[in-house]
Design a protein around this ligand. Structure first.
Ligand code: NAP
Ligand code: MG
Length: 734
C-alpha cells in the first residue's frame, strides 16, 4: 500500500445508494481507521463521468480526474479491493437532464447534440455516447461473478416470508416473443483459431461499401457472434401482438433493457412506439418529424413536442382509445410503459410482475393481467417458463423455497450484448460482412434498411475462468449445478465446446447438467420448490436477469444479494446487491425526508471486502472488522432494523445507527485484539446509552420536503446535513 492507494475503494455513485453513503461511509471510515485500514473513494457517478470528459470546458477548480479510468487500471492489479455501488446507466433523457443540471450549476459543458453536424458537436457526441448506458460495469468487471444470498439473509427470508401475489390457473398473462427474424434465430457464431483483426462492412445493393467498424481485435480462442433483428419482422410481430392483446382484454406491456443494450433496445422501443401510434405516424409523420419527434425517445418526449398541435393530439387520443390499455409505470401521473425507454427494465419489471401473480398496473390504477412483449427470443423463454410454471403450480412459498445462486460469465466484457460499439441500425438494403485480416469472411448476413445488426464476443480466458469457478463452487456446495446453455443456439454451442472438455479433463462431468434456458428455468423452479438449492451457471445476460428474478421471488428484493467478482488478476470487486439506484427512493426523500433504501447489500459487500483484505494482505485487524460486520448484519436482520417503506417508519439512517451499534458491540466483544476491543467499548456504550437522543435527532424533520441542491450533482454539504441529522451520533462516530 502506498499513501495514494487506500486499502479499500468505496465508489461514489448516484441517487439512493449515494444518499445512503452520505450517512454510512463516515461510519465505515471511522471504524476502519481505528484498525489502521484506509477507505478511499472514487467518483463513478453520471455527473462525475460527464465532468471528467470535458476538462477543456471547465475552470481549473471545476476539473475532476477520470476516476473510472483510474479504477479500470486498478482492477487489473492484484491490489484492487473495490466496493462498487450501483450507478446510473443513463438513457438519453437522463443524460440530457444531467447536462442541463450541471450547466445550471455553472459548468460550461457542451449540450448533448441530438443530431451532431459540426466537428465539435461530433466530438462531444462521441464523448457522451461513451458515458451513456452501461458504461461503468464493463470497465470494472475484470472477473466473473458469484452472486448468492448470504446465509443470514436467506434464513431471514425463510423465517419472515414476504407476501406474494396469488397465481390463478386462468391467468391471461403470457409472454410474447418473435418466432423468427429475431436475434435468436439469425445468430451465427465461430471460435477464432488464431488472433485476428476484423472489420465490419456493409455492402449496399448498388455495390457501395461502407466500413461500419474497423480494426476490432480478438485474441485467439475468442467466440465471435453475429446476428440481426429484421425490422420488418419486428413491426409485423408488434402489430400482431397489439391486436391480440386488444382481443384478449389485458394490458399491453413491453420489456427491454434500453440502458444496458443502449444501441439496440432504444431502436426496438422506438419501433413499438411507432407501431402503437401507427395511424398517427401515417397521417402526421412529416409534421411530427419537423417538430423533432424521435420515437426512440418515447411517448413522453413525443407528447411534449406535439402538445400544442390539436390535430395530432386528437389523432393520438383516438388511437389510444382504440388500442389495448397500456401497462403503466405510474398511473397517477399517466406515465405509460412507452413514455421513457429506460422506465421499464426487463430484469426488474418481469420479476415484479411475476411476484405479483402475473399482474401489472393499468391506466385505471388497478392490477390486471398483461401480455409481456419481449421481442427477442433468446431469453424470453425464461419468463415464459416461469409464468407457465406458476400458473400450473401456484405461487412459490418463500418460507420453504431453496435458493438459486448464480455464476456469471462476465469478465472482459463477455457478450456485451448490444452495449458495445458493434451494433448498427442498417442504413440500406444489402449485406453485412465480418471480414478478418487474412480475408476470411467470418460471418455474413443479407439485411434490409432498418434492421439491427450486431456482433458480440466472449474471450477464452474468461470462459475458462468461469468454468473453473463453477467447479470450485459446485465442490464447495454440492448443489445441483446447471450450465444454462442451449445447444441449438449458435453462441451457446461454441461455449459448450469449451465447457465439456474442461469438465471431462477435471473428471467432474457427471456433477453438471447443461440445459437450454427454458428447461433450466423449470428444473431450477422444481429444485427450489422442493427446498433444495441450485447453481445457475450462465452467460452475462442471464447473470443480470436471474440475479433479479430468483432473489425477488425468494427474498422480495435483489438488493440484499452478495455479489462478488473474483478479479482475474487476483484483486476483489465487491458489488453491493444486484439492484440499481432506485430513483423512486430519491423522489420520496425529496418530498417527505424518508429514505427507504436498504443498505444490506453494502453491509454484505463491506464484510467480504474486509475479509478479503485480511486474507490477501494477511491483515488480522481487517479480518476482525469483517467478522464483526457479519455479526452486525445478522443483528440488523434479527432485530428487524431494516428501513421501512413509509414516512414515520425507521429509515436508512436509523438502520445505519443500528449497524454501527451492533458493529461496535461485536468489535468490543471480540477477544482476538484487546486494543481494538478497548477502543470500541466506550463507543458501543455511548451508542447504547444515548439511543433515545440519537433516534429523536434522526427523526427530526421527517415528513417535510428536503432539498439536496441537485439531483445528479447534489450539494455535498446539503446532502450531509440531510443524511447525518444527529449531532450526538456524529460526535460519537467522531
Ligand atoms: P432499481 O434501482 O434496482 O429499482 C427497482 C426497485 O427495486 C426499486 O424501486 C426498489 O423498489 C427496489 N430496490 C432496489 N434496490 C433497493 C435497495 N437497496 N433497498 C430497497 N429497495 C431497493 O432498478 P431500476 O429502476 O431498473 O434501475 C435504476 C437505475 O439503476 C438505472 O439507471 C439502472 O441502469 C441502474 N442500475 C445499475 C446497476 C449497477 O450499477 N450495478 C444495476 C441495476 C440497475 P421500491 O421502489 O418498491 O422500494
Ligand atoms: Mg439486473
Amino acid at each position: 500500500m502506498t499513501d495514494s492507494t487506500p486499502d479499500i475503494i468505496y465508489t461514489k455513485v448516484d441517487e439512493a445508494p449515494e444518499l445512503a453513503s452520505a450517512s454510512l461511509l463516515p461510519i465505515i471510515q471511522s471504524f476502519a481507521s481505528a484498525a489502521g485500514v484506509s477507505i478511499g473513494t472514487r467518483d463513478i457517478s453520471l455527473a462525475g463521468r460527464i465532468l471528467a470528459a470535458f476538462p477543456e470546458h471547465l475552470k481549473d477548480d471545476q476539473r475532476v480526474p477520470d476516476d473510472l479510468a483510474i479504477l479500470g487500471d486498478l482492477v487489473k492489479t492484484p491490489d484492487a479491493n473495490v466496493i462498487k455501488l450501483p450507478n446510473i446507466s443513463a438513457s438519453v433523457p437522463q443524460l440530457v437532464a444531467a447536462v442541463k443540471e450541471l450547466q445550471a450549476q455553472g459548468y460550461a459543458i457542451p449540450d448533448y447534440p441530438e443530431t451532431p453536424s459540426t466537428d465539435a458537436e461530433k466530438a462531444a457526441r462521441a464523448k457522451y455516447d461513451a458515458i451513456k448506458g452501461s458504461a461503468v460495469n464493463p470497465v470494472l468487471r475484470e472477473g466473473n461473478s458469484d452472486r448468492r444470498a448470504a446465509t443470514a439473509v436467506k434464513k431471514y427470508a425463510q423465517s419472515h416470508p414476504h407476501r406474494m401475489g396469488d397465481w390463478s390457473k386462468d391467468s391471461k398473462t403470457r409472454v410474447a416473443a418473435m418466432d423468427g427474424g429475431d436475434f435468436r434465430s439469425n445468430e451465427v457464431s465461430a471460435t477464432l483459431p488464431k488472433t485476428a483483426t476484423a472489420k465490419i462492412v456493409h455492402v449496399a445493393a448498388d455495390g457501395t461499401e461502407t466500413v461500419l467498424k474497423d480494426a476490432v481485435k480478438y485474441p485467439e480462442g475468442t467466440v465471435v457472434d453475429a446476428t440481426y433483428m429484421s425490422a420488418q419482422a419486428l413491426d409485423a410481430f408488434l402489430a400482431d401482438e397489439i391486436e391480440k392483446t386488444k382481443a384478449e382484454g389485458v394490458l399491453f406491456s413491453l420489456h427491454l433493457k434500453a440502458t444496458m443494450m443502449k444501441v439496440s433496445d432504444p431502436i426496438i422501443f422506438g419501433h413499438a412506439v411507432r407501431e402503437f401510434l401507427k395511424p398517427v405516424f401515417d397521417a402526421h409523420g412529416k409534421e411530427m418529424k419537423a417538430l423533432g419527434v424521435n420515437p426512440n425517445s418515447g411517448l413522453g418526449d413525443l407528447l411534449a413536442r406535439v402538445k400544442d398541435h390539436d390535430g395530432i393530439m386528437t389523432a393520438i387520443g383516438a388511437v389510444m382509445d382504440a388500442r389495448p390499455p397500456l401497462y403503466m409505470v405510474d398511473s397517477d401521473r399517466d406515465i405509460t410503459n412507452l413514455h421513457v425507454p429506460s422506465d421499464v427494465i426487463i430484469d426488474a419489471s418481469m420479476p415484479a410482475l411475476i411476484r405479483a401473480g402475473g399482474k401489472g398496473w393499468g391506466p385505471d390504477g388497478k392490477e390486471h393481467d398483461a401480455v409481456c412483449v419481449i421481442p427477442d427470443n433468446s431469453y424470453a423463454p425464461v419468463y415464459d417458463a416461469a409464468i407457465e410454471f406458476f400458473k400450473a403450480n401456484g405461487k412459490l412459498n418463500p418460507a420453504t423455497a431453496g435458493t438459486v445462486q448464480n455464476l456469471g460469465l462476465m469478465a472482459q466484457k463477455a457478450e456485451e450484448y448490444g452495449s458495445h460499439p458493434t451494433t448498427f441500425e442498417i442504413p440500406a438494403d444489402g449485406t453485412v460482412r465480418m471480414v478478418l485480416d487474412d480475408g476470411t469472411v467470418l460471418h455474413e448476413h443479407g439485411v434490409d434498411a432498418g434492421d439491427i445488426w450486431r456482433s458480440a464476443s466472449t474471450r477464452k480466458a474468461p470462459i475458462e475462468d468461469w468454468v473453473n469457478l463453477a467447479i470450485e463452487r459446485q465442490k464447495a456446495t454440492g448443489y445441483r449445478s446447471i450450465f444454462w446453455l442451449d445447444e441449438t443456439r449458435a453462441h451457446d454451442a461454441e461455449l459448450i465446446a469449451y465447457v465439456k472438455p474442461i469438465l471431462e479433463a477435471k473428471g467432474v462431468a457427471d456433477k453438471f447438467e447443461i440445459m437450454a434456458p427454458r428447461e433450466a428455468t423449470i428444473a431450477s423452479l422444481e429444485t427450489i420448490t422442493k427446498g433444495e438449492n441450485t447453481i445457475a451457471i450462465t452467460g452475462n445476460v442471464l447473470r443480470d436477469y436471474l440475479t433479479d428474478l430468483f432473489p425477488i421471488l425468494e427474498l422480495a428484493t435483489s438488493a440484499k444479494m452478495l455479489s462478488i467478482v473474483k478479479l482475474m488478476q487476483g484483486g476483489g470487486l465487491f458489488e453491493t446487491g444486484a439492484g440499481g439506484s432506485a430513483p423512486k427512493h430519491v423522489q420520496q426523500l425529496q418530498s417527505e425526508n424518508h429514505l427507504r433504501w436498504d443498505s444490506l447489500g453494502e453491509f454484505c459487500a463491506l464484510g467480504e471486502s474486509f475479509k478479503f483484505l485480511g486474507d490477501v494482505k494477511d491483515n488480522a485487524k481487517a479480518r476482525i472488522l469483517g467478522d464483526a460486520v457479519e455479526v452486525a448484519t445478522q443483528g440488523v436482520l434479527d432485530h428487524d432494523r431494516s428501513p421501512g417503506r413509509k414516512v414515520g417508519d425507521p429509515d436508512n439512517r436509523d438502520s445505519h445507527y443500528w449497524f454501527a451499534r451492533y458493529w461496535a458491540e461485536a468489535l468490543a466483544a471480540q477477544t482476538e485484539d484487546a486494543e481494538l476491543a478497548a477502543h470500541f467499548r466506550p463507543i458501543a456504550e455511548q451508542l447504547a446509552d444515548r439511543e433515545d437522543e440519537i433516534v429523536a435527532e434522526l427523526h427530526a424533520g421527517r415528513g417535510k420536503p428536503v432539498d439536496q441542491g441537485g439531483y445528479y450533482h447534489p450539494d455535498a454539504g446539503k446532502t450531509a446535513h440531510i443524511m447525518r441529522p444527529s449531532p450526538t451520533l456524529n460526535a460519537i462516530i467522531g
